[in-house]
Design a protein around this ligand. Structure first.
Ligand code: PT1
Length: 283
């Protein structure tokens, strides 16, 4: 029965239950993420989309202004600030959910914290200049992700001698850096980084062995939603056609111990989780 007791993970004034799988809705505020309309329309569309994901049951919204998918080009810090901070600010004021900021930049971390963000989600695990210090000073929880290489080139020839060991060793090394910088042990979330310098086989192996990463002792976040690994497995070339594959992968991650599922398709993922939880709760 002990796993039915609520165990809180604290985000400042808010907490989320560590014994309940959480769904994080993806909110891209990159220019390529909206097909038409000017700046104002983009802004309104972003708020509307965040609201609909919260209504569908997301407890976190992950706001990202730098595309980190394979081959994406880097954006300037000013551009990232201009895209992300107004959206974080509006969401914090208007939304009944926690706002996560998907960034590697110290300046964006500081400004997002000022605007009221609840989580720093960094695909570079706070390795960029000043990011670790900015995150520690913010007092916010952090999500540390593993990546091999950089987004521009990471999928050209991903290579590991001992995949699971290299990923866990890296994450432990970044945990140690965080603890050394004054980030509390209970403010850390880890992520294997699906699609970040990994072949389809690497990604599948890291889902299958997710429990070994969980054994480091931190809550896990997983992001497989609509990624090209699912396209390779199903033969679906268009990301929007990968919804069912995404839900299947998210559910497997949840069964393997993931706490937060970072997804595009919130409603569909929550339906799958409800079935999983109903079965878990049965005699
Ligand atoms: C992720 C993640 C993220 N993914 C966290 N943050 C992205 N913590 C952005 C493809 O292969 O998994 N965890 N922030 C998006 N990145 C990708 C990577 C998108 C690969 C697409 C692919 O299609």
């Amino acid at each position: 029965m002990s796993n039915l007791k609520s165990r809180p993970f604290s985000f400042g004034r808010h907490t989320l239950d560590l014994n309940q799988t959480q769904v994080m809705g993806i909110l891209n505020v990159t220019p390529d993420s909206f097909s038409d309309g000017g700046r104002h329309n983009e802004f309104d569309a972003a708020l509307y989309h965040a609201e609909s994901m919260i209504k569908a049951g997301a407890t976190l919204i992950d706001v990202g202004g730098e595309s980190t998918r394979p081959g994406a080009v880097a954006v300037s810090e000013q551009e990232e600030l201009d895209r992300v901070i107004p959206v974080v600010d509006a969401l914090v004021r208007e939304l009944d959910g926690l706002v996560s900021v998907d960034t590697s930049s110290a300046v964006v971390i500081r400004e997002a914290a000022k605007a009221g963000a609840s989580l720093i989600n960094d695909v570079r695990a706070l390795e960029k200049e000043g990011a670790l210090e900015a995150a520690a000073a913010s007092g916010l929880p952090v999500c540390l992700m593993h990546m091999q290489g950089q987004p521009q080139t990471m999928q050209s020839a991903p290579c590991y001698v001992d995949l699971l060991r290299e990923v866990t060793d890296y994450l432990q090394k970044r945990v140690d850096a965080c603890l050394g910088a004054g980030i509390q042990r209970d403010q850390i979330i880890l992520d294997p980084g699906y699609g970040f310098g990994k072949s389809v086989e690497h990604n599948c192996s890291l889902i299958k062995h997710l429990k070994d990463i969980h054994a480091l002792g931190y809550p896990l976040l997983t992001g497989t939603s609509r990624k090209s690994m699912l396209g390779a497995i199903t033969g679906k070339d268009i990301p929007a056609e990968r919804v069912m594959a995404s839900v299947a992968s998210a559910l497997i991650c949840a069964q393997q111990g993931a706490w937060v599922l970072r997804v595009h398709d919130v409603e569909e993922t929550i339906d799958a989780l409800k079935v999983y939880q109903a079965v878990q709760g049965a005699e």
